[in-house]
Ligand binder design. Structure first.
Ligand code: GLA
Ligand code: ZN
Length: 698
């Protein structure tokens, strides 16, 4: 009653079965592999999971070979016994459909289902995720095993929901380039463009003699004697995304029919966010779920950077993943389907989580809008490709260092309860994340060092440090709820998005963008108007020239609005010619010395800011934070560097999360008395956070 008065509604699956205080199911669980564990241990495992306080497991997503040992011959007896034992210990079950790893018999009988990578090489069985999303045979077989599972478990007490497949597109090239995909692409193009004439014009196929006279002539972007047509390449990314989404939807349609009382979701890889259009992937699913491995991600960054990475990088990247997950379904709370619980790794180990970090990561997810967390994984495998991936039990089944923290975090989240876990997230600011821009920049970066994902991440990091709640929105999203909208590298700009930006600024919003604005149409053709194309009036500037930067260095001098030391311009400089906009920064050297690098235009009741220079991290952060403050975004109070602050709200209640991502104690001044809901201690004046400590204040 109280919860629905506060605007919280629980879906049908959350109302049935286990509930806490009658209000919504908790999803605080663990990823479990009974298929990889001697049956004699299932009872002990279930009992120990119940001791931790877990409410659920996710199982079976890699057990196709056991569930269908030969084509059409199903064996679910073992799985049913596992579900029963778990349920006896009050542990509910999320079942995974197993299409991410087909059994060997299938590969012998249907070798054509393999993925072909970006070099045109056929992948080989022996790993996982080596199949094609378009292939009809693979779709039929995937649907058949999922359907058999669904019929078997539709009415089984204890089963509550489904994860379709596992981390779609996490393959070697994230795209398949096989003949089936080529045919699928051609059919998709036929329905998108209607006629070849339309397609030829849209891509500009007259260039290099590529005019198509039949849809069957259209290739996929495999290595050729030169780069592919940019329009074709961008459409291929869109097609591959569509193919994966429709692969999933076949299973979803079946699950909705057969298991109407179960929830259905899928787990995506989280970072990087741009392998597939996650907004369409989750459109028809009940909620977003993704896999969160801060330590593994840190290991990957170290491998890429081959040197030290700044301490803020990981928390900011992880927070971006969470904010994106929450924003995919317009702010709806999401679930972490796999949360790192110890050292992670396949061939090499990630850093060992420091004491307190596993609990901190759990609360960080909730602080950004998670309603449930499943840890990966219960025990640590002694065989297979992930022997190094540490779970909650070690190889010898002793309790891992993460055990105590996980038990504590689960207890804390239960005590906070469903109202907090299902509350909203307070964001006055938005960051635009656009798949078209990400993919188009990958196809033609313009400068080898330009990466859309890196730009988005560094903008997010710069803004989030000021504790501005940020939604990560689609280019077509409604901008009205926000005071300020950040949109880096809007390389592809549709007329529709331009007009949304225009009305937003006209109505009093602040729009902040940077170089390469409005360069391309949605067909990936360059606009024929002076840049920034359709936003010239809003921005109040014309791009007089654009300069990729290599050995010649460029600097930026700031006006008093952004007072501070001169900035470095990294890889790009848009030279701005104001036609009404005020100049807030100018270039310092070379033939463009003195010309505008940063401008702000008053348009209607709002402001539009163009940052033409690729600013160094310090300058970018100062500029974006100043703009945030100018736009009227307010946070409850300041916190020291390395401490994260987020706010969740429900009706007139609010919860302030304080997360210390540093290893040392931090002191925070608070403007009014607050109570820590985790410890029930009341504070006024200041509050202490131990290294990697967490407070949830109300
Ligand atoms: C992924 C997968 C899991 C497992 C873990 C650890 O995110 O979904 O199956 O492989 O990571 O690698
Ligand atoms: Zn394919």
């Amino acid at each position: 009653m109280v919860l629905s008065a506060a605007g919280i509604r629980f879906p049908i699956w959350a109302q049935a079965g286990t509930s806490v205080a009658g209000a919504g199911r908790l999803l605080l669980g663990v990823d479990y592999y009974p298929d990889q564990t001697p049956e004699a241990l299932w009872e002990e495992d279930s009992r120990m999971m119940a001791e931790v306080g877990f409410t659920n497991v996710r199982i079976a997503e890699f057990a196709w070979a056991l569930m269908e040992p030969a084509e059409g011959k199903f064996d679910f007896a073992w799985l049913r016994r596992a579900v029963e034992i778990l349920h006896k210990h009050n542990i509910s079950v999320i079942l995974g459909t197993p299409s991410a790893a087909p059994p060997p018999w299938l590969m012998v009988r249907y070798p054509d289902v393999v993925e072909v990578n970006a070099q045109g090489e056929r992948l080989h069985p022996g790993g996982r995720r080596f199949t094609c999303p378009t292939n009809q045979v693979y779709r039929r077989l995937s649907l058949s095993i999922a359907n058999a599972m669904a019929r078997e478990f539709a009415d089984t007490t204890g089963v509550i929901g489904w994860q379709i497949d596992n981390e779609l597109t996490l393959s070697s090239s994230q795209r398949c380039y096989c003949n089936f995909c080529q045919a699928g692409f051609q059919a998709w193009l036929r329905s998108k463009y209607g006629s070849l004439d339309n397609l030829n014009k849209s891509w500009g196929t007259v260039f290099w003699s590529q005019t198509y006279t039949d849809f069957s002539q259209i290739p996929v972007p495999l290595p050729s004697g030169g780069d592919p047509n940019p329009g074709l390449a961008l459409d291929y990314d869109r097609y591959q995304s569509y193919a994966n989404v429709s692969f999933q939807e076949e299973q979803l349609v079946m699950l909705r029919k057969t298991c109407p009382h179960h929830f259905v979701t899928t787990n995506n890889v989280g970072l990087p966010l741009d392998t597939i259009d996650l907004r369409s992937l989750y459109e028809k699913l009940d909620f977003v779920a993704f896999d969160n491995y801060p330590g593994f991600f840190e290991m990957l960054l170290h491998q890429e950077a081959n040197g030290p990475i700044s301490p803020d990088t990981i928390p900011a990247n992880i927070a971006l993943g969470h904010d994106f997950a929450r924003s995919i379904k317009g702010g709806k709370p999401f679930m972490i389907m796999e949360e790192q619980s110890g050292k992670a790794g396949q061939r090499t180990f990630s850093p060992q989580p420091e004491k307190g970090q596993v609990r901190l990561w759990t609360h960080q997810a909730v602080a950004h809008g998670a309603m449930g967390v499943n840890y990966f994984r219960w025990d640590t495998a002694t065989f297979g490709a992930e022997e190094y991936w540490h779970g909650i039990l070690n190889h010898d089944r002793s309790k891992s260092p993460g055990y105590v923290e996980i038990k504590q975090a689960v207890g804390e989240l239960k005590a906070l309860g469903p109202e907090v876990l299902n509350s909203n997230y307070a964001a006055d600011a938005a960051l635009v994340f656009d798949y078209d821009c990400s993919w188009a920049v990958k196809i033609q970066p313009g400068h080898h060092a330009l990466s859309y994902m890196a730009q988005v991440t560094s903008w997010y990091g710069a803004i989030s440090a000021s504790h501005t709640g940020i939604d990560v929105i689609a280019p077509g999203a409604d901008l009205a709820p926000y005071k300020i909208v950040f949109a880096p590298v809007v390389y592809v700009l549709s007329e529709a998005q331009a007009s949304k930006i225009k009305s937003f600024v006209q109505g009093g919003g602040m729009f902040v963008t940077n170089f390469r604005l409005g360069v391309k149409t949605e067909s990936s053709q360059i606009v024929r108007t002076p840049l920034p194309g359709p936003l010239r009036d809003v921005m109040g500037v014309t791009v007089a020239d654009y300069v990729p930067i290599y050995s010649a260095k460029q600097g930026v001098k700031f006006s008093s609005a952004f007072a501070g030391p001169d900035g470095q311009c990294g890889i790009w400089a848009d030279i701005l010619q104001p036609s009404g906009a005020e100049v807030l920064g100018s270039y310092t050297s070379g033939e463009h010395a003195g010309e505008a690098a940063i401008t702000m235009n008053s348009f209607g009741k709002g402001k539009a800011v163009y940052i033409g220079a690729d600013l160094d991290a310090g300058s970018l952060s100062r500029v974006l934070r100043t703009l945030s403050a100018t736009s009227g975004v307010k946070q409850p109070f300041d916190v020291p560097p390395g401490v994260e602050l987020t706010v969740r709200k429900s009706g007139d209640k609010q919860w302030i999360f304080l997360l210390n991502h540093t290893s040392v104690a931090q002191t925070v001044s608070i403007p009014k008395p607050l109570t820590d809901l985790l410890t029930k201690e009341a504070y006024s004046g200041t509050i202490e956070l131990r290294g990697y400590g967490v407070r949830v204040l109300s």
